[in-house]
Design a protein around this ligand. Structure first.
Ligand code: SAM
Length: 244
């Protein structure tokens, strides 16, 4: 069992997540700007900068890559012969990502693959780095996704995860709670006409393991020299590890 969920519940969870992102795909980017007041751009800049894609022939995998925000940043900073895979379970999100890649002239370096983070369609030891941003929280079997990340990385490969975390600043936690339970669903209702998907997202943030526990899970998957860094008082955290 995973956090006390049965297999059926886990499959239901994936169905729910898929519904959310089918509904929001075309409005996803504007929603992020509104709900995070633009902060997600700074978090993503800082996160993507940790992937040093300077080596020739760099192979990168961005899982739950959605509309491409992380992959585009990495593509811009990488050599001409780098190859970057954007993987997502949801074809609608990838469609938006493809359109955006064409607009930005980045399509040459990018490949869009529809697949599940729990079962990656790549051979062992294939990638130099793996990123997952605001994605692992949505994957029902987190341990399975981490094991897959470990498998597809080359020895010496880097694992990086950007995810919501726990606000560690007294006072800010109350404000954050009020904001996420009231303002986020309200914006969802206003812009997407539906607050339910956003209630799910807020709930999933609350249920996600604490940073210390998530680091242990990353270690259990086999990663070493693991660590995490909190941004914006712990609203989000960047977790990292190496396959040695
Ligand atoms: N990484 C992008 C970003 O930071 O803007 C998108 C994040 S979005 C909040 C979460 C994404 O996870 C969605 O595109 C969703 O389709 C994807 N996702 C959910 N479950 C997944 C799974 N099991 N395997 C792969 N992707 C999944």
């Amino acid at each position: 069992t995973h956090f006390g969920y049965s297999e059926v519940e886990l499959d239901e969870k994936q169905g729910l997540v898929d519904d959310v992102f089918h509904k929001v795909a075309r409005r996803y980017d504007i929603m992020n700007d509104l709900m995070s007041a633009g902060l997600h751009r700074l978090w993503k800049d800082e996160f993507a900068a940790k992937v040093r894609a300077r080596r020739e022939g760099f192979r990168h995998l961005d899982v739950a890559g959605g509309t491409g925000d992380i992959a585009f940043r990495i593509a811009k900073a990488s050599p001409a012969d780098a190859s970057i895979v954007v993987l997502d379970i949801n074809g609608d999100m990838l469609d938006v990502g493809r359109d955006r890649a064409n607009e930005r002239g980045l399509a040459d370096k990018l490949e869009f693959v529809q697949a599940n983070a729990e079962s990656l369609p790549f051979p062992d030891a294939h990638f130099d780095a793996y990123t997952i941003a605001f994605g692992i929280r949505n994957v029902p079997r987190i341990e399975v996704a981490l094991a897959e990340a470990f498998r597809v990385l080359k020895p010496g490969g880097r694992f990086l995860c950007l995810e919501f975390s726990q606000v560690a600043v007294p006072g800010l936690d109350k404000i954050y709670e009020a904001y996420s339970f009231n303002v986020i669903p309200a914006i969802g209702k206003l812009v997407a006409g539906d607050s339910e998907p956003y209630r799910y997202l807020v709930e999933s943030i609350r249920r996600f393991p604490r940073a210390e526990e998530f680091e242990r899970m990353i270690r259990r998957a086999g990663f070493r020299r693991t660590g995490f860094e909190r941004l914006t008082g712990g609203v989000v955290a960047i977790h990292s590890g190496w396959k040695l």
